[in-house]
Ligand binder design. Structure first.
Ligand SMILES: NC(=O)c1ccc[n+]([C@@H]2O[C@H](COP(=O)([O-])OP(=O)(O)OC[C@H]3O[C@@H](n4cnc5c(N)ncnc54)[C@H](OP(=O)(O)O)[C@@H]3O)[C@@H](O)[C@H]2O)c1
Length: 429
């Protein structure tokens, strides 16, 4: 993947003078060949009423015609040519085509839901087997992404992605990426957090996208892990692209910790086990943010002029919480006497040292060593704004957004369990 964005041939459409764009009819899904699967037989979505295609709106747009469930134009070039670089911001949401990659992840699903509820025309790219360890079938994915047009494709192949988007027969206004390596391994991080994410930029640009919203992570401020380096490389290319083409903009969202990353001990503590923490439980802190609040923040980035070309660190409401404070909160909610197990951080340093040594002899242990480093990182580094001068993290400088608190989340997990909050394949993220 050494081709620079500026030299890529897919940018030929950039020079077109564009005057408008076209959309797919909500409620239709297409497979990787562009063929419609079926229109929605589902009951109204829990995210709000399911939107069937509006024949009246199609009638008002003479350039559009229905092709077996997909509204397509006579020529895709016309569609791309018909939209001006940032004019999408003055259109109604239903006339704005938003391509979402990583749509089946923990955050991606909520982003799709939020964009659909704001009436954007959402095209969600998904794998035929999605979710943790590919546990979700096509039908489950379609159900999860109700209200969006789902395109089953492969983001790891630029050709496949471009072909799938091309077959939709509409231009793209905005790309939103919630892609992430599911396990944080070295090769997978570069394949997904960099290459696949970059593919979505290239494919989006080919079909007219002039704004890109990236879900990144606040921890890239202090990059010690491969997935952070991969994310930073893509962030830099995104910024470079905006410099090169004034008609292109981006918003880079860098959230603090997700609720799922902090809920892993709730059921254990409920069952009488101690709360495990490293050192004195004050080595790190974060301002956790819920999936719904983060999705709302990301959806704001699609249209908000004040988020253009910005790197946006973001946390949830309230002050930062250390693991010790999170544990105390949990015992209080459970009405139990606090019981902590304090693990010296040096244990992790020892394990990482051993694995780093073994990797030199057995390269196959590369990912095991990386997972050790990821664990160590989150045990000791705060998910807050970092002052590069002092090396100090600041709760005050970390912006807050939303209304969902960790306390409410813990209460829910105590009542209902961790369903929907499962961690990834290595149970680290
Ligand atoms: N956990 C935290 O506390 C935290 C905090 C701050 C920032 N973040 C960042 O937030 C981002 C998103 O996290 P998340 O928890 O929503 O991620 P996630 O649940 O693991 O979802 C990852 C998404 O990427 C897709 N993907 C992964 N590998 C793929 C492949 N080989 N081919 C096609 N698609 C693939 C997944 O598709 P499938 O469903 O098909 O697998 C899924 O849609 C990450 O970048 C993470 O670094 C996390």
């Amino acid at each position: 993947m050494s081709v620079s964005l500026s030299s890529s041939p897919v940018f030929t459409v950039r020079s077109f003078h564009r005057r408008g764009s076209q959309r797919l009819a909500s409620g239709f899904w297409v497979d990787s060949t562009g063929c419609p699967l079926f229109s929605s037989p589902l009951s109204p979505s829990k995210w709000g009423p399911f939107r069937e295609p509006d024949p009246e709106r199609q009638r008002r747009r003479p350039g559009l015609r229905l092709q077996g469930g997909v509204v397509a134009s006579g020529s895709l070039e016309d569609a791309i040519e018909a939209s001006s670089p940032s004019s999408f911001r003055s259109k109604n949401p239903e006339d704005i085509n938003v391509l979402v990659v990583g749509s089946t992840g923990y955050i991606g699903k909520f982003v799709v839901r939020e964009l659909v509820s704001r009436r954007f025309n959402v095209i969600a790219v998904a794998r035929e087997k999605s979710g943790i360890r590919g546990g979700n079938s096509k039908e489950e994915t379609l159900n999860d992404l109700r209200g969006a047009n789902v395109s089953f494709s492969d983001v790891t192949s630029l050709d496949a992605l471009e072909e799938s988007v091309g077959k939709l027969g509409c231009s793209i206004d905005v790309v939103v990426s919630c892609l992430a390596s599911r396990n944080g391994g070295v090769k997978d991080s570069w394949k997904i957090d960099y290459e696949a994410t970059r593919n979505s930029l290239l494919a989006g640009r080919k079909f007219g996208a002039c704004h890109y919203v990236l879900l990144s992570a606040i921890c890239v401020q202090k990059p010690l892990l491969e997935f952070q380096r991969a994310k930073l490389k893509f962030e830099a290319e995104l910024m470079e692209e905006a410099k090169r083409d004034q008609g292109f903009t981006y918003s880079i969202v860098r959230p603090t910790a997700f609720f799922k990353s902090l809920g892993g001990q709730v059921e254990l503590v409920k069952d009488g086990k101690p709360y495990v923490m490293f050192g004195d439980g004050k080595l790190c802190a974060c301002k956790p943010i819920s999936e719904a609040d983060l999705a709302s923040f990301i959806a704001d980035c699609v249209l908000s002029a004040d988020r253009i070309n910005q790197v946006l660190p973001i946390g949830g409401p309230g002050k930062a919480l250390t693991p010790l404070e999170q544990g105390e909160m949990l015992f209080r909610l459970l009405g139990k006497e606090p019981k902590f197990l304090k693990v010296p951080i040096e244990i992790m340093d020892f394990v990482i040292g051993v694995l780093d040594f073994l990797v030199k002899v057995f390269p196959g242990l590369e990912d095991a060593a990386e997972f050790g480093k990821i664990g160590r990182y989150y045990a000791a580094e705060s998910m807050l704004i970092l002052d590069p001068e002092t090396g100090e993290y600041s709760s005050e400088k970390t912006p807050s957004y939303g209304k969902d608190t960790l306390e409410k989340f813990f209460q829910r997990v105590i009542r209902e369990g961790m369903a929907g909050q499962e961690l990834g394949e290595q149970t680290i993220f």
